[in-house]
Design a protein around this ligand. Structure first.
Ligand code: CP3
Length: 368
């Protein structure tokens, strides 16, 4: 059993705010829970100070650093969940690829995969506990240090998003190198996606064993796929991950909510709501009410305020939040942005967002 394989006794502090977990399961709450993707990030002065002069992935490999960066936003704002500080690209690293974070450029692979033969360069049987044990240690340490204030979310990149980075070698507008594989090397593409899926499943289970109380899978590059390719190269793997993780957790007597965030894949919300995930995360290109109608109460929803709306004055942020809450309703809903907080954001406006969600939702729930 993959959960037990990574499990050891930990004796964590008792959880005092389970609003996020209850909303993920569609249960009643007193307010709508809220957190932000990239809540630990460069928009915080304390984050920039802590990260100054340190290599990004070395920071990811230090459990103490990850713990500190995860806790920073919780000291400022009333977030209802924390997400472990790490990165989705630790998986390509575990598969043997070199990945560097280049200032001003973002993640960079000096030797990306070019042709199917390059798959042979990847580690065939990854020892997840050994290669990614530092993430598990970070999760265990952070779960202790959060002192039960809020639940801790673990995460992974989804197979297609990781595949596209491994072939593109970094960010891209067209993802044409990675999409070339889909058209030209469908078999090799499926082989790579399968390899990634196997590692992701064990990685997510290891995170739960280490103390993660919810899991989010980031398919950040879904938008570059049309519905046909999404159905062939993304959705089956997203489903497989949730099904296998859930089955293993059930066997171990654990129930951990899973969130899928497929950015710009609004054509797929119906399918995503029937993919064994408890929560579907949404970007801002979909209207809250229609997302609710199309998912028909089968899942909880998370999202989806435009991150740029945080540039608005605080009163305006409050109005936008109110409309969003009215669109989604207060049950089975987790407020979030439609993508990560931008590095130039004023932290005060992030605080205004959190407060507006709590304030408006409390009033709305009282009236029901
Ligand atoms: O607060 C959190 O959300 C938790 C930490 C987190 C990071 N990356 C930290 C980080 C999470 C969940 C991620 C996931 C991640 N990483 C994704 C999926 C989410 C998404 O944005 O769609 C992706 C695509 C990546 C890859 C990646 N890592 C990119 C594109 C960048 C930005 C590069 C840049 O220069 O802007 C990173 C770097 C990164 N990961 C930062 C942080 C806080 C900023 C760089 C730094 O701290 O020096």
């Amino acid at each position: 059993c993959l959960v037990r394989k990574h499990m050891f006794p930990k004796d964590f502090p008792q959880l005092r705010n389970d609003t996020f977990l209850r909303a993920a399961r569609g249960e009643e709450t007193e307010h709508v829970p809220v957190w932000c993707m990239r809540q630990a990030g460069r928009y915080l002065t304390e984050f920039r100070e802590f990260r100054a002069g340190k290599d990004f992935f070395e920071t990811c490999q230090s459990p103490e650093a990850c713990c500190e960066l995860t806790l920073q936003p919780l000291r400022r704002f009333g977030f209802d969940a924390a997400i472990i500080f790490s990165d989705i690209l630790v998986i390509p690293q575990a598969l043997g690829m070199d990945v560097q974070m280049v200032a001003g450029k973002g993640p960079t692979f000096p030797e990306p995969l070019k042709e199917p033969e390059d798959l042979q360069r990847l580690t065939a049987k990854v020892d997840v506990g050994k290669e990614l044990g530092y993430v598990f240690k970070a999760i265990t340490l952070t779960r202790h240090k959060i002192e039960g204030k809020v639940p801790l979310i673990g995460f992974s990149g989804a197979p297609w998003t990781l595949m596209s980075y491994m072939i593109e070698g970094g960010g891209s507008n067209t993802h044409s190198k990675a999409k070339r594989w889909l058209y030209r090397h469908p078999e090799a593409s499926h082989m790579l996606l399968t390899m990634l899926t196997d590692v992701i499943v064990e990685y997510l289970l290891g995170q739960v064993a280490a103390g993660a109380q919810a899991l989010q899978v980031f398919e950040s590059h879904a938008g570059i796929l049309g519905p046909v390719h999404f159905n062939e190269y993304s959705l089956p793997y997203l489903r497989d991950i949730a099904r296998r993780v859930k089955d293993e957790l059930k066997e171990a007597g654990q129930d951990v909510p899973m969130i899928v965030f497929a950015k710009d894949a609004h054509y797929a919300v119906e399918d995503l709501s029937q993919s064994h995930y408890d929560v579907v995360g949404l970007d801002w290109t979909i209207d809250p009410q229609s997302a609710r109608e199309r998912t028909g109460g089968k899942v909880s929803l998370q999202g989806n305020m435009d991150p740029c709306a945080l540039y608005a004055p605080k009163e305006r942020i409050s109005d936008i939040v109110k409309k969003m809450l009215e669109g989604f309703g207060t049950r089975g809903y987790i407020a979030n942005l439609g993508h990560g907080v931008y590095p130039d954001m004023d932290p005060e406006n992030v605080g205004a967002f959190v407060e507006a969600v709590h304030q408006h939702s409390k009033q709305m729930i009282k009236k029901i």
